[in-house]
Design a protein around this ligand. Structure first.
Ligand SMILES: [Zn+2]
Length: 198
């Protein structure tokens, strides 16, 4: 069995949203996929971090809102495989409910993604050299997932900070954070704002 290489994490975000490149050996996974209509900005930020955009061979959206999956289809056209845990699939077309023509959003096709039961995420990630799990963490949205690496790093997208939960989502948000800490999460890489320790 191949030993997983040490993972490195860089932020290529812009417009108050973090986009993370998780690298392991030659493998590069982009976590959250840009704002629509901003491929040039993402490409420039990747270049600044010495990551050629064509090296991004895999991508995962924590959830299908415009600021987290806005460039998914353009990135696919450049060679990225979109990883889709099965529970996210029905939410992909619904992103169109929020799109305005001025967004310059390219609709995400469904037939050409790497789709898998979320319970098999560990094997899928191992296949690209990353030791970790994709965990269902609803609260902000029902399609929200987190990427939890074996070193305790966790990418939580818009999962509400425990201090800002509202009454109607408190239970589900708290359960999602509990699930992550039970599984060993220690360092949060959120969709917005700074990295923090749990
Ligand atoms: Zn969102």
């Amino acid at each position: 069995m191949a030993t997983a290489s040490k993972v490195s994490i860089v932020n290529v975000g812009y417009r108050s949203t973090n986009f993370w490149v998780v690298s392991s050996g030659a493998s590069r996974l982009l976590l959250d996929l840009g704002w629509p209509g901003t491929l040039a900005t993402l490409r420039a930020n990747l270049d600044r971090m010495d990551v050629p955009i064509r090296d991004i061979r895999h991508g995962l959206a924590t959830h299908f809102h415009l600021d987290h999956a806005g460039l998914a289809q353009e990135l696919k056209a450049l060679g990225m495989r979109l990883l889709v845990p099965d529970l996210q699939r029905p939410f992909i077309p619904r992103i169109m409910d929020h799109v305005k023509p001025a967004d310059h959003f390219t609709p995400i096709t469904l037939h050409d993604n790497t789709e898998f039961p979320i319970g098999q995420s560990r094997e899928i990630l191992a296949g690209i050299g990353i030791a970790g799990d994709i965990v269902h963490t609803p609260g902000h949205s029902d399609d929200s997932v987190s990427l939890l690496l074996d070193d305790g790093s966790v990418f939580t997208g818009d999962l509400t900070h425990p201090m800002f939960v509202t009454d109607e989502t408190a239970e589900v948000v708290t359960a999602s954070w509990q699930r992550l800490t039970d599984m060993g999460a220690t360092t949060v890489y959120p969709g917005h704002g700074p990295i923090r320790r749990l």
